[in-house]
Design a protein around this ligand. Structure first.
Ligand code: ADP
Length: 531
C-alpha cells in the first residue's frame, strides 16, 4: 500500500534508504525524529503520511521560498496543499483559512511565527490536526546553525490543540546535542529516532589539502571547465565570492556571486537565473542554499574548509539531489583552520560579554573546537571519506561499510592534479540517456506539461526542455508539434534554408525574438532525423 501511494502520487519506484521506516513509524502513530542528509528525501517522509492520514497535516517550515515550490509540486500531483506565510495578503489568507476549515485542505505549510500571530492562534487551536511535521527542526536548538526563537513556541501551539497530533521532526543536523534539544524542546513523546541515509552513493568526495589561495582558484577553474552542468562554489567570505566569480568570468565561465550583503531583489534574481541555467556557476557564501531546491547541481566545490563536518555535508549535499552522479570537492588550505580558531575565540569573548559564565562559554567553545578537529581530520587523513562521514553522523550503515567506497579520492587512488573528473556523459559515450532525462520524458508522456514537470522535479524550465530535446535528438518519440507550432516550424525551416544549420545563433538572429533556441534545436533535430 505504501509502495502504491509512492508510485501513484510521487511517481517514484522505490523508497530511498530510511524513508520507508520513517513513514511506517509515523503512520503507526509514533512521534518521530528523522535525521537525514540534505537531498536524502525528507519531504516525502511527511508528505506520504499526510496523504494517508484522513485529516489535516500541518508542516511547520521556516523556508518561505520552498513552501511555494512544495505546494505547487503537491498540487501538480493532485494533492490539496496550501501555505500561509508573509508572502500572501490578508484576503488570500482568509480564503485559505476557509478552505482549511471546510476540510478541503489536506496539507498546510506554515511559518512558525504565523502560529503565534494574534488572531491566528485561536483559529489554529480549533483545528483537528492528525499530524504535525516540523521541518528544519534544528532551528529549535542553539546548537543548530540557524536558531529561531519562534521554534521554542511550537510545543505550546501543539498543546493548545484540542487533540494532540502525531508529531515528527526532520533535520539534516545530526549531532547528539541538537537531537536532544529537538526531543525536549518540541516535547516529543517517546519518539522513534532514525538516523538514516547519510550515504549518498551518487556523490563522489574529493579533498585537496594544503593548497595556496592562488592554487585554489586555478583548481576551481580546472574543475569547473572539466565538468558539465551547473555547480556551486562556496567561499568563506563575501569578498572572496566576488574575487572567485570575477576570476571564473575572466576565464570564460558564466558565473554570478551571491552573498547576504546583496539586496534581496538582486539575490532573488541570481537565484532564479541559476535555477533556469542562465549561468553555470554560482559562487556564494553559506547564505546561499537554504530553501534552494535545484536538483541537478553537478558539483559543489568548497574554496576553504567549513568549521564543521555537518556544515560541510549540508552544503556539499546540495549536489546531485536528482540521484545522478555529482562531485563534492573540498579545497583546503592551512590557513582555514586558523581562521576558524580565530572565530571561535572571538565568539568566546562575545559570550562572556553577553553575560555567560566562563565555564559555559568554554563548554560551548570546546564543542566547536571538537567539531573543527573532526573536519580537519576529514580533510587531512587518507581514509575513506564516505566512511568518515557515516561515522561522524553515527549512521548505522557504517557497520556494513568495507572502508572502500570506490567513490572518494582516497578509495579511487586519485592524487592532486591527476584526477580524471569525468561527467556521466563522457563516461558512457554518445547516445547515453541519463535517468534524469528518462524521468522527465516519462512525466511528459504521462501528460504533464513542461512547467509542471519543472515544478515537480525542482528543475528549471530550460533544463526540462533540454531533457526533451536530448531525448528527441537521440531518436526518442516526441510530438514536437506540441512544443513548436506548425507556423513556428515553417519559420525556422525558412531561416535554416537561408543561413544553414551548422550553428544556432545565425538562425536565431533572423527569427522573431519569441522563437527560442530550444524550438530551433527541436526543428534542427527533426531535419537530422529525417535524413
Ligand atoms: P531533503 O529535504 O532531504 O533535502 P528532498 O525531500 O528535497 O530532500 O528530496 C530531494 C530530491 O529527492 C527531490 O528531488 C525528491 O523529489 C527526490 N526524492 C525523494 N524521495 C525519492 C525517492 N524515493 N525516489 C526518487 N527520488 C526521490
Amino acid at each position: 500500500m505504501l509502495e502504491q501511494n509512492l508510485q501513484k502520487y510521487f511517481n517514484f519506484a522505490d523508497f530511498r534508504p530510511g524513508q520507508r521506516e520513517i513513514v511506517e513509524a509515523i503512520t503507526s502513530g509514533k512521534d518521530t525524529v528523522a535525521l537525514m542528509p540534505t537531498g536524502g528525501g525528507k519531504s516525502l517522509c511527511y508528505q506520504l503520511p499526510a496523504i494517508i492520514f484522513p485529516g489535516l497535516t500541518v508542516v511547520v517550515s521556516p523556508l518561505i521560498a520552498l513552501m511555494k515550490d512544495q505546494v505547487d509540486a503537491l498540487s501538480a500531483r493532485g494533492i490539496a496543499a496550501t501555505f500561509i506565510n508573509s508572502s500572501i495578503n490578508s484576503a488570500e489568507v482568509g480564503r485559505r483559512v476557509a478552505d482549511i476549515k471546510s476540510g478541503r485542505t489536506k496539507i498546510l505549510y506554515i511559518a512558525p511565527e504565523r502560529l503565534g500571530a494574534p488572531g491566528f492562534q485561536k483559529f489554529f487551536s480549533e483545528l483537528k490536526v492528525d499530524f504535525l511535521a516540523v521541518d528544519e527542526a534544528h532551528c529549535v536548538s542553539q546548537w543548530g546553525h540557524d536558531f529561531r526563537p519562534d521554534y521554542l513556541n511550537i510545543k505550546n501551539h501543539i498543546k493548545n490543540l484540542k487533540r494532540r497530533p502525531i508529531v515528527a521532526a526532520f533535520t539534516a543536523t545530526a549531532t547528539p546535542e541538537v537531537k536532544d534539544d529537538i526531543i525536549t524542546r518540541l516535547e516529543l513523546r517517546e519518539p522513534a529516532v532514525f538516523v538514516r541515509g547519510f550515504d549518498r552513493p551518487n556523490l563522489k568526495f574529493l579533498v585537496q589539502c594544503d593548497l595556496k589561495p592562488k592554487e585554489r582558484y586555478a583548481e576551481i577553474l580546472r574543475i569547473v571547465k572539466s565538468l558539465d552542468g551547473s555547480g556551486v562554489v562556496y567561499a568563506l567570505t563575501r569578498k572572496e565570492t566576488e574575487i572567485i566569480a570575477g576570476y571564473l568570468q575572466e576565464n570564460g565561465v558564466k558565473t554570478a556571486a551571491y552573498h547576504a550583503g546583496m539586496e534581496a531583489a538582486r539575490r532573488e534574481k541570481i537565484q532564479n537565473d541559476f535555477m533556469e541555467n542562465n549561468f553555470q556557476v554560482i559562487v556564494a557564501t553559506i547564505a546561499f542554499g537554504m530553501g534552494v531546491d535545484k536538483s541537478d547541481v553537478r558539483y559543489v566545490i568548497h574554496s576553504g574548509m567549513p568549521g564543521s563536518l555537518e556544515g560541510y555535508y549540508q552544503e556539499a549535499g546540495r549536489a546531485g539531489r536528482d540521484g545522478e552522479k555529482a562531485y563534492c570537492v573540498l579545497l583546503h588550505s592551512k590557513k582555514d583552520t586558523n581562521t576558524h580558531k580565530f572565530f571561535i575565540r572571538a565568539n568566546h569573548n562575545d559570550m562572556l560579554g553577553q553575560g555567560k559564565s566562563w565555564q559555559e562559554a568554554s563548554r560551548i567553545s570546546d564543542i566547536k573546537y571538537d567539531r573543527l578537529d573532526k573536519i580537519m581530520r576529514y580533510a587531512t587523513e587518507r581514509k575513506c571519506r564516505r566512511k568518515m562521514i557515516l561515522e561522524y553522523f553515527s549512521d548505522p550503515e557504517v557497520k556494513n561499510h568495507s572502508g572502500n567506497c570506490r567513490g572518494c579520492d582516497v578509495c579511487l587512488g586519485w592524487k592532486r592534479n591527476t584526477e580524471q573528473h569525468r561527467s556521466g556523459r563522457s563516461d558512457t559515450g554518445k547516445g547515453f540517456i541519463t535517468e534524469t532525462v528518462k524521468e522527465t520524458v516519462k512525466l511528459y508522456q504521462d501528460g504533464y506539461d513542461v512547467f509542471r514537470i519543472a515544478k515537480m522535479r525542482g528543475l528549471g524550465v530550460s533544463t526540462v526542455m533540454g531533457h526533451l530535446i536530448e531525448w528527441y535528438e537521440a531518436g526518442g518519440e516526441l510530438a514536437i508539434e506540441d512544443l513548436v507550432s506548425s507556423l513556428e516550424q515553417s519559420q525556422i525551416l525558412e531561416a535554416i534554408a537561408k543561413v544553414g544549420m551548422e550553428r544556432l545563433s545565425p538562425i536565431k538572429s533572423v527569427l522573431l525574438e519569441e522563437i527560442s533556441y530550444e524550438k530551433i534545436k527541436l526543428v534542427a533535430a527533426k531535419i537530422r532525423r529525417g535524413r
